[in-house]
Ligand binder design. Structure first.
Ligand SMILES: C[S@@+](CC[C@H](N)C(=O)[O-])C[C@H]1O[C@@H](n2cnc3c(N)ncnc32)[C@H](O)[C@@H]1O
Ligand code: SF4
Length: 383
């Protein structure tokens, strides 16, 4: 029996100062002044159109992702949050995160975001090595990264995440470790540590940069950095996520626990459980900002609607839950997919025979080996 999980709200802000050569997110280079007010109006029209999918439900987290949300002035974020909270019930003290590019940090901005209600920031640092930052096509250097974090701390933000990437072109193990040490020195609540991937349809995929560390070297970086983070009190709780106690990202945890989310903004994806129909709906919006601005709130802004049928649900659930070091409770699988444990008994048996999962006391937990081969484990559930 499908039960209704916690609900999050994802808001996509699709512009960046410059497109990074490795990035396949729906982000578009800014050309001239951005239509902030019109985009906020479009977001609200979009939200209004999606509201019937979430009647009576309470929003537990909000996440402004991009793109570069920090290009938006605090007034625009404030206008959006005020209008959104008049339409949807916001849980008291809910986590509201905004992604920030250090190259866009301006004096006074962080105070503005704070008074608008934002209580968590996520900085796209990537590296503290200026050579690496240049090869990644970033608009900021290490000095600006540290200055941006200090500005946010001065504005009262103690709950912030730093995004780092490793296995970068011409990066040595020592350089990767040094990046993590400099991140830790800034005392963030949370660190995301992503292995650089060459995504299709990016500049790096078309012309791979020289000096990308091989698989073994990348694995060494991951292991060493994980140990450094653990020593400094940042426990890994997901493939790429590390947090001080109690500082995990509530928003991302809801995704990984196969929770629900409204997705508004250009190219945003949503996932909603429709209890009365015993269905799970995925809905996404048109990707191009101009197209979205013109159509938001109408049926034409919906890029697609898809119901996740029973066959597909185990794979979609595992794609999220098996990223978590703590795995999942079997009862959670049943509540979130509407399926019985017996529906995946064969796959679970195979995964534990391979030494990838341990099943104990109603929980399914990936082993160290399973965490090394996450994609293979998840692949078992594809039908
Ligand atoms: C949407 S970006 C958000 C932050 C902001 N746009 C910025 O880059 O400063 C989210 C994060 O995904 C990571 N990321 C993006 N492309 C990646 C790739 N090809 N491989 C690994 N990590 C990637 C980066 O660490 C980035 O900060
Ligand atoms: S700033 Fe972030 S979202 Fe924008 S292109 Fe670079 S990685 Fe992608």
């Amino acid at each position: 029996m499908l039960t209704t999980p916690p609900l999050s709200l994802y808001v996509h802000l699709p512009w960046c100062v410059r497109k990074c050569p490795y990035c396949d997110f729906n982000s578009h280079e800014q050309r001239g002044a951005l239509p902030f007010a019109a985009y906020v109006d479009a977001l609200i029209a979009d939200l209004d159109a999606d509201l019937p999918l979430a009647w009576g439900r309470t929003v537990q987290t909000v996440f402004f992702g991009g793109g570069t949300p920090s290009l938006f002035p605090p007034e625009a974020i404030d206008a959006f949050l005020q209008q959104a909270s008049a339409r949807l019930r916001f849980a008291p003290g809910l986590e509201i995160t905004l992604e920030t590019n250090p190259g866009t940090a301006e004096h006074g901005r962080f105070e503005g975001y704070r008074s608008a209600g934002v209580n968590r920031l996520s900085f796209g640092i990537q590296s503290f090595d200026d050579g690496c930052l240049q090869r990644l096509g970033r608009i900021h250097d290490s000095r600006e990264a540290e200055a941006a974090v200090k500005l946010a701390q001065d504005a009262g933000f103690d709950n912030f995440n730093l995004d780092l990437m490793y296995a970068l072109p011409e990066q040595s193990l020592a350089m990767a470790e040094h990046d993590v040490e400099r991140a830790i020195a800034l005392r963030p609540a949370h660190i995301s540590h992503y292995q650089l991937t060459l995504e299709p349809n990016t500049v790096f995929a078309a012309r791979p940069p020289a000096g990308i560390p091989d698989l073994d070297d990348s694995w060494d970086m991951q292991e060493r950095c994980q140990a450094l983070l653990a020593d400094a009190g940042y426990a890994q709780y997901e493939v790429s996520a590390y947090a001080r106690p109690g500082r995990q990202s509530a928003h991302n945890l809801n995704y990984w626990h196969f929770g629900d989310y409204l997705g508004i903004g250009a190219g945003a994806h949503g996932k909603l459980t429709l209890g009365s129909e015993q269905a799970i709906l995925r809905r996404w919006k048109v990707k191009h900002p101009a197209d979205y601005l013109a159509k938001a709130g109408t049926m034409a802004a919906i890029g697609g609607d898809e119901r996740i049928d029973a066959e597909r649900r185990p794979f979609d659930f595992m794609l999220n839950a098996l990223r978590l070091n703590g795995g999942f409770a079997q009862a959670e699988f049943e509540a979130r997919t509407g399926l019985a444990q017996s529906d995946i008994a064969r796959e679970l048996e195979q995964a534990s025979a391979n030494g990838w999962l341990e099943i104990d006391d109603g929980r399914v937990v990936p082993t160290e080996l399973g965490r090394r081969f996450t994609n293979d484990v998840i692949g078992l559930f594809l039908r």
